[in-house]
Ligand binder design. Structure first.
Ligand code: ADP
Length: 266
């Protein structure tokens, strides 16, 4: 579905990614993990077409991303970026409706009945329908995150790219969102590529993980091949214990607080 071929690049005068190659299959729940600054967001930006690689190619269904128009790309791929703190003067529903833009036809780009239904469904799926007429800047961070998720869903993408989708959500909304994504992946063949900070959540929901380290791929593979004591030690420089989830065949990480030291200079 999405092939990353020997990409390198980053920002003017600053190379972030070094020679990355991998592919993501249709209907996969694919997680990107790694320490702060390891290049996860830069990689996601390149996969979404926001940033061009300096070298290498990204192919979406065998066609280079750069050969898609913005509108064509938006029909295939939706992005939920990390934090939206801007207070737009839009209502919730208007914001979700923007997701239909790429699918609207004709000179005046009017919303059709079909668009209305898709917008409605996206609002129901994310539980934001009750406050659809509120202005965006009056919402909490978690509510706003769900509005932007609804916008991405209204795009009806084949691939959904997410940058830490749960970082503003409380535990119950985290679970609800991830369960929903999981269902769309399993039942509708949606491809989800998501950055996760929480490695235990990534382990529970993802089919495969890509562990980034200093702009390179450190490990890529099944969750149990990536979430290993030695790998975490090398990349994150911490000691952890790995145990099996009590109900699922998935590795989980237990942090070990360092012993207290009687050092008055600290
Ligand atoms: P991660 O998502 O893993 O935390 P990023 O991809 O955001 O990592 O950042 C990787 C590196 O690129 C960091 O050193 C960061 O400072 C740098 N960087 C990120 N965005 C920009 C930018 N717009 N311009 C220049 N450097 C950037």
């Amino acid at each position: 579905m999405l092939q990353i071929k020997q990409i390198s690049g980053g920002y003017p005068g600053f190379q972030v990614l070094h020679d990355l190659s991998f592919s993501v299959e249709k209907g996969e729940f694919f997680g990107i993990i790694g320490p702060n600054g390891s290049g996860k967001t830069t990689l996601l930006k390149m996969m979404s077409g926001l940033l061009s690689p300096k070298k290498g190619d990204i192919l979406l269904q065998d066609k280079p991303l750069r050969n898609f128009t913005t509108k064509e790309l938006a029909q295939k791929l939706a992005v939920l970026p990390q934090v939206q703190s801007e207070a737009f003067a839009f209502t919730v529903k208007e914001t979700v409706a923007l997701g239909r833009y790429a699918h609207q036809k004709g000179l005046f780009q009017t919303r059709r009945e079909e668009d209305e239904q898709i917008i409605e469904k996206a609002m129901i799926a994310t539980g934001i329908q009750p406050f659809q007429n509120k202005l965006l800047h009056t919402l909490s961070g978690g509510e706003r995150q769900r509005v932007f998720l609804a916008q991405a869903l209204a795009q009806k993408p084949e691939i959904l790219l997410l940058d830490e989708p749960t970082n503003h959500l409380d535990l119950s909304f985290q679970k609800e969102l991830l369960d929903k994504l999981n269902r769309w992946v399993r039942e509708k063949g949606l491809t989800v590529i998501s950055i996760f900070h929480d490695l235990n959540i990534a382990s529970l929901y993802c089919d495969r993980l890509l562990l980034m380290d200093k702009g390179r791929i450190h490990t890529i593979g099944k969750v149990e091949d990536v979430i290993q004591k030695q790998t975490i030690r090398t990349v994150y420089h911490i000691e952890v214990e790995i145990y099996n989830h009590p109900k699922m065949p998935k590795p989980q990480i237990a942090l070990l607080p360092s012993p207290l030291q009687m050092n008055p200079s600290d």
